[in-house]
Each structure stands twice: as C-alpha cells, then as structure tokens.
Write a protein that binds this ligand. Structure first.
Ligand SMILES: Cc1cc2nc3c(=O)[nH]c(=O)nc-3n(C[C@H](O)[C@H](O)[C@H](O)COP(=O)(O)OP(=O)(O)OC[C@H]3O[C@@H](n4cnc5c(N)ncnc54)[C@H](O)[C@@H]3O)c2cc1C
Length: 422
C-alpha cells in the first residue's frame, strides 16, 4: 500500500491500530483463521515493528537492535520459531549480565556480598507478594544496606523505573523463565518480516475512534475514515494516557488503567570502538556498582565492534533530556573509570535511542504503580464487543516483553473472531 494515497477501502471487518509485535500478531492470527476477513493495520510511524526496531549502521557490519534485543524465556518464546521459520539465525550464548568483566570495580568479595543482599531482597519480595496490600518495592530495602543503590539500578533496567515507583504485586505475575537468546539478524527485523505481507497502512495515525454505534467502529485518520465491525487497539499505555487518540464515547477507565501502568524508560547508547580486539566478545560491565545512576554495558555484543550501554529510570530521563552528547559523555566517563583513562580516545558515539521522545510510543516498557497490578486485566478487557485491546502492558504474565505483546495480539484476535462468529 502506498504511504501517501487515500485509503482504498474505507470499510473493513477489523481495523488493528498499531503495527508493533501485538498488532502484527493480531492481524496475522485473524487472517490465518479467516482468510476472507477484510483486515487493515493502521500504523502512525513510517515503519512497522514499533518498539522492535533493527538498524544497520554501515560502520558496524551487522545489525543493532534499538528496542527489544533478547528472546526472554527463549525456549518457549513464540518469536524463536517465527524467526527460524523465516531463515533467521539464533545466538544461544548465555547472557553475560551476571559476570563483571575482569571484576573491574567490583571485587569478588563485593560480588558475593551483593548476591547475598539481592537474594535476601527477592526473598522479601516473594514474601510481600502474599500481603493483600500492595506497596512500592523500595519499602523492602533495608536501611543503610550498601547494595540498595545497585538493587535500584537493576530495577531501572528491568522495569525502566526505580523501586520506589514499582508495585510489589505486579512482579508476582511475571512468568517468563528460561534462557535469553538473540536473533543474529535482529529482533526488530524478525518482527517486521513477520508482518511483511500483511495489509498495513504506514504513516496513518488514528486520531479518533468512535465506538458508539451498534456493530460499527469509525476510525479517523489523516488519510480517510475507516468503518470497521471491530477494532483492536495496541498502542502503548503512554500513548493511551496522553489521549492522542480521542475515544467517542470517552473511555476514562482505560485512561486510568494506562496511567496506572506507565512506560518506564530504558535507552541504549551504542559506542563504536577503534580497537575492538582489546575487548572480549559478549562481556558485561556495570559502570558503578555503588550508584543507582549507572549504566549496564554490553561489550562487543555478538562480536560486533561496539559497546551497547543501557540506561534506565531517572538517569535515562535525565540523559534523554540532556541530549546524545550527554549520554555519550556519561558512558565514556563510566567506561574510562573501569577500562583506563585513555579508553575515551578509542570509542565514540554511534547512535543512541530516545524512546521517551518517540511520539507514537513515549517510553520503553510498562511497569505497574503500587496498587495498579490489576489494571493489566482492566486494560485488556473488551468494550461493547467492538473495541479490543492488546499490547505488552495487557499481558497477564509476560508484560514488558515482545513475546507478551505477541501473545496479547493473538488473544485479542481470538476475542474478535468469537465475537464475529456470535
Ligand atoms: C530499549 C528497549 C529494550 C527492550 N528490550 C527488550 C528485550 O530485550 N526483550 C523483549 O522481549 N522486549 C524488550 N523490549 C520491549 C518490547 O520491545 C516491547 O514490549 C514490545 O515491542 C511492545 O510491542 P507492542 O506491540 O505492545 O507495542 P509497540 O511496539 O509500541 O506497538 C504499538 C504501535 O502502535 C503505533 N501507534 C501509536 N499510536 C498510534 C496511532 N494513533 N495510530 C496508529 N498507530 C499508532 C506505534 O507507532 C507502534 O508501532 C524493549 C523495549 C525497549 C524500548
């Protein structure tokens, strides 16, 4: 479909809003089950994939994932077989997150002390999940524990937010277990390839959804109005909360649910290396194990001549606001502190992400505010059997992940199919 032309048919059976992992999975499922259905995926951005996005900087000689990169719970992750069925290759190297390269800045005795503090923290978390009253995870920190900062840093990578913002109860529902593997050609590329032959209208932001008419949903876009029998909305919670899509009648419960499940922020900064061979393939460093404001650095992922820095939470917000030079300087300061002062002369910024500034996403992945864990089910609930909801934040047990997004897309498609049959 040409990106600029008016939308050919203004009448479809199902309109899917958003061509990320959830929207593509929904459209694929609908057409697999009922190939005669008229389906259209409406996507605001000029590409499909959403938070799954692979780029190919020529100087790297291989793809980089700006969004999702890890097949979490890989053995049972649906994207594993999808990627393999499209001829993509899987790297099964164990994720290096638990090993500090050469123990730099993190002597073995400190590593053992942190492991003890971390195990005790997660044991308290498991215990507190049984308490009917939800609280912020930070209430489980012990005063004056020297490892509180690192526990907070880890929370910013996992949730995109510090422990004082995140619900204890929500963590009880997360059920992704197993290995963390990678798609060598890129996770984003695999997601986009999966959607390649689907009927997708790019550059087509939905501005309003009128669902007040029996059996009909009207979706307004700058390229025309679509009339559908049902719509599946897969946009992120921060997009829903910002109300850039106007629902008629309004959906205050959905907006409240989205506000309870905001996207945390995690950004990547990629540094290119002049002398990559001085560093090992797939090693890992925490920049400063005594600080919550610190990056996690993946040295030479898949052997490429780069370092992938990862910033989360308040640090990510600060650096995103300050601009890419600030992100580069922060990463180079931390890495030079560990790898030697002159390291900064052999590395430079290649690219960095600003997921909070991407208007059609507005963050990285959802966490539940204390008390809001139950909002995942509220967000997922259909409205009047005309409007259906998917996206990672609606997953009961794999939120934050691309696999959760995929599963919710299929779930919403099945809800639509049973409604259309009924
Ligand atoms: C830095 C980073 C690292 C990550 N790492 C991992 C990882 O290693 N493993 C993992 O499993 N997950 C990871 N994730 C999370 C994963 O990428 C997401 O959970 C998943 O891609 C979300 O898919 P989705 O379909 O729910 O939402 P999205 O990908 O956000 O899709 C929603 C789509 O809706 C579109 N849209 C928005 N507004 C409109 C509108 N008005 N009209 C039409 N279209 C609209 C958007 O452009 C977007 O394409 C990471 C994310 C980030 C940002």
């Amino acid at each position: 479909m040409q990106d600029s032309e008016a939308l050919g048919s203004s009448e479809v059976d199902v309109a899917v809003v958003g061509a990320g992992a959830a929207g593509l999975a929904a459209a694929r499922r609908l057409l697999e089950q009922r190939s005669e259905l008229r389906v259209i995926v409406l996507e605001a951005a000029p590409r499909s994939g959403g938070r799954a996005h692979t780029v190919d900087p020529p100087e790297v000689g291989g793809p980089l994932d700006l969004g999702c990169g890890w097949l979490h719970g890989a053995e049972s992750n649906p994207w594993l077989s999808i990627a393999e069925s499209h001829g993509f290759h899987i790297d099964r190297t164990q994720a290096p997150w638990d090993v500090q390269y050469r123990d730099l800045g993190f002597p073995p005795a400190d590593q053992r002390a942190y492991e003890r503090a971390s195990s005790a923290f997660y044991a308290r978390l498991a215990e507190a999940q049984r308490d009917p009253v939800d609280r912020p995870q930070s209430t489980l920190l012990q005063a004056d524990d020297p490892w509180n900062e690192l526990l907070n840093a880890v929370s910013t990578y996992v949730s995109g937010a510090e422990l004082d913002e995140a619900s204890i109860h929500d963590t009880a529902h997360y059920r992704v277990h197993g290995s963390d593997w990678r798609i060598i050609e890129g996770y984003g590329r695999a997601v986009a390839r999966f959607g390649q032959d689907l009927p997708i209208a790019l550059n087509t932001p939905v501005t309003s959804i009128d669902h007040g008419w029996a059996g009909q949903v009207w979706l307004e876009t700058p390229r025309g109005t679509i009339r559908a029998r049902a719509a599946i909305v897969t946009v992120s919670t921060n997009v829903l909360a910002a109300e850039t899509i106007r629902f008629v009648p309004a959906l205050p419960d959905k907006v409240a649910a989205a506000q309870g499940l905001p996207l945390g922020l995690a950004n990547k900064v990629f540094l290119s290396l002049d002398t990559p061979d001085e560093l090992p393939k797939d090693a890992h460093l925490i920049g400063n194990v005594r600080a919550a404001r610190t990056g996690a650095y993946h040295l030479r992922p898949l052997g490429r001549p780069v370092i992938e820095g990862y910033f989360g939470g308040r640090l990510a917000h600060e650096l995103e606001a300050a601009g890419e030079a600030a992100a580069e300087a922060f990463a180079l300061d931390e890495l030079s502190g560990l790898l030697g002062a002159d390291f900064r002369r052999r590395a430079r910024l290649l690219t960095c992400t600003r997921w909070g500034q991407v208007a059609s996403v507005r963050g990285s992945y959802s966490y539940a505010r204390p008390g809001a864990s139950g909002q995942r089910a509220s967000l997922a609930a259909p409205v009047n059997n005309r409007l259906f909801f998917a996206g990672e934040a609606t997953s009961p047990d794999a939120f934050t992940t691309a696999r959760g997004a995929y599963e919710t897309g299929r779930r919403a498609a099945d809800e639509v199919l049973s409604h259309l049959r009924g």
